[in-house]
Design a protein around this ligand. Structure first.
Ligand code: NI
Length: 172
């Protein structure tokens, strides 16, 4: 209601500039947004963390090329990151399709448990032959979570490997 009212009051107040997004930050990890793409939907986002080890390497490249392409992430014995993943689902703004506790349990059980404190290359069979890049982890997360939130639809997943390196995926 707060967001809807805010949107009504603010949209159209910026002249030629258009209101794009209005977000209500509930805590440092959780927010609800309205987006100009479709004002009838509410977007709920929550950030989760996991720590994991990986090594980025392409078999068809030489050692030298691998180091050039993947930099520090090609360290032969691997290295770790504290990953952040933000999962966003959308529901019609007037419907209550989402219980936060259920949402968190689905993400924890369906995704975080598979990745946290793992060696991604060795422990997660999906990454045995696919490089665990931030892009591929985002696609993996999407595939694990899509369709699991009942009537709420998965909208996007964003994975941060560091503050500077992230990838968002919106499905096909
Ligand atoms: Ni890395």
């Amino acid at each position: 209601i707060l967001l809807k009212e805010g949107w009504k009051r603010l949209a159209g107040m910026f002249g030629d500039a258009k209101l794009n997004t209005l977000s209500l930050k509930l805590n440092p990890f959780r927010k609800i947004s309205i987006n100009s793409e479709d004002c009838t939907m509410a977007y709920f986002s929550e950030k989760f963390e996991f720590a994991a080890m990986h090594k980025l390497w392409a078999g068809q490249l030489s050692d030298e090329q691998n180091l050039k392409v993947f930099g520090k992430c090609a360290n032969p014995t691997g290295h770790g990151h504290n990953y952040i993943i933000e999962v966003t689902v959308k529901t019609p703004i007037d419907e209550q399709f989402l219980c936060v506790g259920d949402f968190e349990k689905i993400v924890d059980d369906g995704l975080i448990r598979l990745l946290d404190h793992k060696n991604l290359n060795a422990d997660v069979s999906h990454f045995a032959k696919i490089n665990p890049t931030v892009e591929n982890i985002a696609v993996f997360a999407w595939n694990k979570l899509a369709g699991r939130f009942g009537k709420a639809l998965l909208h996007s997943v964003t994975v941060w490997e560091t503050d500077k390196t992230c990838c968002s995926y919106y499905g096909n």
